[in-house]
Design a protein. Sequence first.
Length: 304
Amino acid sequence: MSKVLIGIDKSKSYRVYLTITTDLVEEARRIHDTTPLATAGLGRVLTGAGLMGLFLKNKEDKVTVQFKGDGPANQILATATGGGYVKGYIANPDVELPLKENGKLDVGGSLGIGQLTVIKDMGLKEPYIGNIALVSGEIADDLTAYFFISEQQNSSVALGVKVDRDLSVLSAGGMIIQMLPDAEIRSVDALEEMLDKLKPLTTIIEEVVLRAAGRTQEGILVELCETIFASMPLEYHPEILEYRDLNWNCDCSRERLEQVLITIGKEDLQEMVEEDGQAEMVCQFCEKKYFFEKEQLEQIISQI
């Protein structure tokens, strides 16, 4: 389980969402058996989507964040709820590319040219759907652009995943800063100056976790927040509003997979019965397998 710190600065100029998602991203890496490059891409999208889910008013509300491009990763998708549950997958968990010139994993290159789609299901007749062309494929840049273009919201998104030599997740986390309607100009200037000089988020997380060893998750997040905003004038330091939980959770079920089989159509299902006598369905999010025997498939066909 990961914790999210939600705060607002003393001048009411901005709101900040800050989290360390090392355990959550490691869980996703283990389930999908991803390469370091795939881990970095999937981990960033999971973290970003998880924070965006907490923007929603109701626990049942859902946001889906889809990055789709012509690169070898093809697609990275994550779904999060207002209750703090998140799940996701990458279409090609085995994707590999040479490192960039700066030695970083080339997440943008793995996605290539494509589109970011955000779908918000808030219990209305129709979900809200926003689309933008990918700016860089580096996830954080694209989400920052999405907020500005599709939601007219000035935001700054920072996401990071660092993979250890044994391929496990060494550190991961994210931060979203969103400006409020009556933001003071001095606050905006101070934020821009701070963000311009900010070290990579994973580097700060590693330093803080080492320094704050033995503290609770909340205590580590407070230390992380104070470290990030240390250069800001005191009147623009964030004050903590609350902590929220962020958990990996796949809500797949046999009943949901039955509905997927129904969409296949009567003829294809009948062909499946005659040729294979059974069907195996695998959840894209958690890799759990569901087996349907001949009698079960025939019963599903009778319902169509």
